[in-house]
Design a protein around this ligand. Structure first.
Ligand SMILES: [Zn+2]
Length: 461
């Protein structure tokens, strides 16, 4: 077991836990050199090594999450031609140093982004397809091990044969467990003993990967430091041996709403990565839910004549332009204690990137508060009842995106080739003709045409 001084991740299940897998649980994660944190909790998702819209000093000053999810494919763009720059960065803690991430935060390194862009070519027996900023390429298990040996993340997710896009056929499914098992054994054999490695659990039925999972349970339960689930539904089928039950469980299952998070917590999931935080921020949606219930004053904010409250507010509509209240009345984040809705609506409509920064700070704070309330609820034995109350109070899905987000980047989507519709609206265009009016050159276009070209919106008098 990993208990020697200066060694790897320690996970402690708090409270009484029998060897049954079922039910929500409390835990604490401790990694030498990083801040301890309690579970259930979440890791922020990074893009190219940063939490989008937030600089490392903003992360240090205004967020509470315990760690970040990073993707190897974001760092090895030049792997084909030469040495990726990150490999020449001096250590230790290369990932922290290269990205200026606060040292107190845990780094988790996975092969692919969350969510990952579907690759045109599938994985092979020895390598997986990844999407770097210079295009698709493959990373072999051997290369993956060598990257992990150099980068030494606090938590390394082993390579998994996960098919993105279409559902795998029967022949493919049969291979997935075998490949993943081989790659996991290659990683744990090569890495120093103190490296925390999480074993991936594949997004297929338990029976289709039972040989692999039994191998992890029988041979590697003392060697791996946790399990990473690409599908949380497999969790209840994991063999409930004493050693396996004590491993922390990470969800890479990409929950699409707080209800999905709660369901996974009820299965016994400990750590989450949550892409919808970033989706909401990019769409200009400020999350507004509280667990288990809204503030009594929030009852008046119902929509569509139903009694269900929305999970967030779309900050684009000009109806917020005169609102001097914070994004969420009870929120204690930097954004809510310093600025009002009108200012944030103004920043979005002016395409000022500070708008997204403020919403991102707030949205991460809402999720941190959500998890701390969930832990309190589990501690009080009220989790099941509180989940029911939450479901009665809030809509099940996030509001639809209405406004325009920040520019879409190449790693957000796969190019469809020539003739593809532009993902980003032109920020500015040609002013068109000009005409001479009283000695001055003025645009020969009305406010409607200018608005159509992405200039400031026309105000209806
Ligand atoms: Zn806030």
């Amino acid at each position: 077991m990993a208990s020697e001084k200066g060694s790897k991740l320690l996970f402690e299940v708090l409270g009484n836990v029998d060897t049954s897998n079922a039910g929500p649980r409390l835990g604490r994660i401790a990694i030498p050199g990083r801040k301890d944190f309690e579970t259930p909790n979440f890791f922020a998702i990074t893009s190219r090594g940063v939490t989008p819209h937030m600089t490392p000093d903003v992360v240090a000053a205004h967020t509470q999450f315990g760690g970040v999810h990073m993707a190897l494919e974001d760092f090895i763009e030049k792997a084909r031609k030469g040495t990726p720059p990150i490999l020449t960065c001096p250590g230790p803690s290369i990932l922290h140093r290269f990205t200026a991430l606060p040292r107190s935060l845990v780094t988790l390194l996975a092969p692919r982004r969350s969510p990952a862009v579907t690759a045109p070519v599938g994985n092979s027996n020895t390598a997986v397809s990844i999407f770097t900023s210079t295009g698709f390429q493959s990373v072999s298990s051997k290369a993956y091990v060598s990257y992990m040996k150099t980068l030494r993340p606090d938590i390394a997710i082993s390579l998994a044969d996960v098919p993105y896009g279409s559902l795998p056929g029967t022949k493919r499914v049969a291979k997935m467990g075998d490949r993943t098992q081989l790659w996991l054994s290659e990683l744990v054999n090569e890495m120093p003993e103190e490296q925390a490695v999480f074993a991936p659990i594949l997004p297929i039925d338990f029976l289709d990967q039972s040989e692999y999972i039994n191998y992890v349970a029988d041979e590697l339960a003392d060697t791996v430091s946790g399990l990473a689930f690409y599908d949380s539904n497999v969790l209840p089928d994991i063999p409930a041996t004493t050693t396996i039950v004590k491993l922390p469980r990470l969800s890479l299952d990409e929950p699409s709403s707080p209800a999905h998070i709660l369901r996974q917590i009820s299965l016994g999931m400990d750590i989450f990565t949550i892409p919808f935080i970033g989706f909401a921020t990019d769409a200009g949606i400020a999350l507004t839910f509280r667990f288990p219930r809204p503030l009594p004053s929030a009852e008046t904010q119902t929509t569509n004549g139903t009694t269900l409250l929305p999970l967030g507010i779309d900050m684009w509509p000009s109806s917020h332009a005169h609102s001097l209240t914070p994004l969420s009345p009870s929120c204690t984040c930097y954004t809510c204690t310093s600025h009002h809705k009108a200012y944030i609506q103004h920043l979005l409509s002016a395409k000022e990137m500070l708008g997204w920064t403020l919403i991102q700070i707030h949205n991460h704070h809402i999720i941190s508060t959500f998890f701390s309330s969930v832990r309190e609820s589990i501690k009080n034995g009220a989790f099941e009842r509180d989940c029911e109350e939450f479901a009665r109070a809030y809509e099940s899905e996030l509001p639809e995106k209405s406004g325009q987000g920040p520019r879409v980047r190449g790693y957000h989507f796969k190019s469809e080739g020539p003739g593809e519709e532009k993902k980003n609206r032109a920020a500015w265009g040609n002013l068109g003709g000009e005409k001479q009016v009283g000695g001055e050159l003025v645009p020969d276009e009305g406010a409607d045409e200018l608005e159509g070209k992405g200039f400031a919106e026309k105000i209806e008098a």
